[in-house]
Design a protein around this ligand. Structure first.
Ligand code: SF4
Length: 62
């Protein structure tokens, strides 16, 4: 199992993740990103790599 997490303390609401992978990331009411679907795919990994503040964490759980 894996889990995608956005650390809202780090997120600056730049929109890179929501543009890269809109099925998993959306803006919350506070203007910061949130995870709407717990799915790991190449777009999610790219969004995590592209996040300027490294707010996206992908946790691999066994
Ligand atoms: S790419 Fe990072 S900083 Fe930008 S909205 Fe997504 S989580 Fe926030």
């Amino acid at each position: 199992m894996a889990k995608v997490i956005v650390d809202k303390d780090k997120c600056i609401g730049c929109g890179a993740c929501t543009a890269t992978c809109p099925t998993v990331f959306e803006f919350d009411d506070d203007g910061l990103a949130k995870v709407v679907k717990d799915e790991i795919n190449d777009d999610v990994k790219m969004a995590a790599e592209c996040c300027p503040t490294e707010a996206i964490e992908i946790k691999e759980e066994n």
